[in-house]
Every structure is written in C-alpha cells, then in structure tokens.
Write a protein that binds this ligand. Structure first.
Ligand SMILES: C[S@@+](CC[C@H](N)C(=O)[O-])C[C@H]1O[C@@H](n2cnc3c(N)ncnc32)[C@H](O)[C@@H]1O
Length: 270
C-alpha cells in the first residue's frame, strides 16, 4: 500500500470515496467561496479529517456534520478544537433527512468535498429538499461540474444539467487539480455553488414526469425527439406545443422539457 493512502494517521477507505484535501491554498479558496455565516444552519457532508471543518468552524458558532465512517466520526468527537462546536451525525448522507436540522427559521447552507462515487444521487437527494436550503458548495469531479452547468447544444448537456437547473442556479467556482488531495484522485475536480431557486422558474406538475421525459430523451441522445419520445408523445402533439420534433434532446431548453412533462401530466398517463 502506498503511503499516499495514509493521511494524519488514517488509512483512506476507497469504498467511502475518501480523498482528503491537504493543500492549504485550495482549502482557503474553498472556505472563502463558502463564506461561512451564522445567519444560516451550516451543514458539512463528509467532514473526514476536518480539512474544511476546522477553518469553517473557526468562523461560526456551530456546525452540523454528517459522516458515515465510524472511525472518522469518533475522531471528530474527540477533536480538541472542534468537538464543542459540532453536532456529529454518524449517518449515510444519502438517507439523511436534512430538513430535520431546521430547528429555527434559518435556512440550511450545505457544503462538502463529496465522495465522488455517490455525488450524483446525493445531489438529487438534496434537490428534493432544496426548498429549505439557501446554497450548497460541493467539490465534485470536474466533469460532473461541467455537466451541471452545461447549457443546450453542448456535449455536456444532459439529464443532470436539466434537473440541476430545474432546482438551482449553477455557478462553477474553482478548478482543483489531483495534487490537492491525498490520495490523489485520477480525475480533475472542481467546486460548484448551487443556489436553489426561491421560486421555480418552470415548475413541473409532476416531477416524476420531468424525470421520465429527461431519462427517455437522453438515453437515446442521438435520436430526434420524434423517435426517442414516441412512447409517450406524438409528433403532432410536439408540434402543437411549438417544439420541433426534429430536434435532439441536447437542443431542448429546460423550459421545453418542462412543457413536454406538463403535457404528459395533463394526459393523466404519467
Ligand atoms: C472526499 S472525502 C472528503 C473528506 C474531507 N472533507 C476533506 O475534504 O478532506 C469524503 C468524505 O465523505 C465521507 N462519506 C462517504 N460516504 C458518505 C456517506 N454516504 N454519507 C456521509 N459521509 C460519507 C467519507 O468517509 C469522507 O470523510
């Protein structure tokens, strides 16, 4: 085993997606982007060995952390500087009810250097609870940030772009190379800021229908939507919605996806 896997006396566990930040310049930039504040309930996902936890906690009164690794949660409980400021939730963030942390009128602010193996489903889990969240800052694979932020007519545009932008404004913040982590991941990383819309710009009648339309369209992204959507909407119905059936899914805007999903919901066949 290479020494790269041992950081501050802890052996990184691959199954928990553990790549610990150790570059102080990068850490400072991330904390500056987060701009910790006491006017919200701050929550970190995957505090690990505390690379972000320590500098964030030093700027605020209290911080919730959600950590799945029992050993790391235990270390944090005994951390000389942090333990008095932290509420440690030893739990799986994928199943965690973040809204349960809202014990007063303040919104949540969520951040984390996410385990890359679960980052996409975890974001979907958070999008569903986004009404009570002011903002989220996540370290992700750069490719995922590119997909989150992509607009129509680009290669990176897909289901993740449409669903993320349905719920949030997406702002890429910082590019981070592999050397900032121990062990170093094989891919480039980036920090993204996600700001949930106060009022959804294009509300879907049934969110399941929007999921379905995106899924069916992007599963066959080289086909025209006339073909990839023929299971649930006819060419004539698309034309009646003022959407060209010859387009491919990557040409459709979020608004057009929602228009199709809402048409589907209105048919009562979603
Ligand atoms: C990429 S590491 C980041 C650690 C630390 N924040 C840092 O930046 O150095 C991901 C962290 O998430 C934790 N983790 C992995 N899966 C998790 C899950 N399902 N729920 C909560 N935490 C998880 C890992 O144990 C690890 O501490």
């Amino acid at each position: 085993m290479s020494n790269d896997k041992v950081h501050l006396g802890h052996t990184a566990r691959k199954r928990f997606g553990q790549n610990f930040l150790h570059d102080h310049y990068v850490i400072d930039n991330i904390v500056a982007a987060i701009a910790p504040s006491d006017d919200a309930i701050m929550v970190e996902i995957g505090p690990g060995l505390g690379a972000l936890t320590e500098p964030v906690a030093s700027q605020i009164q209290h911080l919730h952390v959600v950590e799945l690794d029992r050993d790391l949660a235990e270390r944090l409980r005994h951390h000389p500087l942090l333990s008095s400021k932290l509420s440690i939730h030893e739990a799986d963030a994928m199943k965690f009810d973040f809204s349960s942390l809202r014990t007063d009128a303040r919104p949540l602010r969520v951040f984390g250097n996410l385990p890359y193996n679960i980052s996409t489903p975890l974001m979907f889990h958070l999008f569903e609870q986004s009404a009570g969240i002011r903002d989220m800052h996540f370290m992700l694979q750069k490719e995922v940030v590119d997909r989150l932020a992509a607009g129509p007519n680009s290669k990176a545009y897909g289901r993740l772009s449409v669903m993320a932008q349905y719920y949030c404004q997406v702002i890429p913040v910082l590019h981070v190379g592999p050397g900032a982590f121990k062990p170093a991941p094989k891919v480039d990383s980036a920090v993204v800021r996600l700001v949930p819309h106060q009022v959804l710009p294009y509300p879907a009648t049934r969110i399941e229908d929007l999921h379905r339309v995106c899924m069916e369209a992007f599963n066959q992204r080289r086909k025209t939507i006339r073909n990839s959507m023929r299971n649930f909407i006819s060419e004539d119905a698309l034309t009646a919605l003022d959407i060209d059936p010859n387009l491919r899914p990557e040409n459709l805007t979020l608004q057009q996806f929602v228009t199709i999903a809402n048409w589907l919901s209105a048919q009562g066949q979603g």
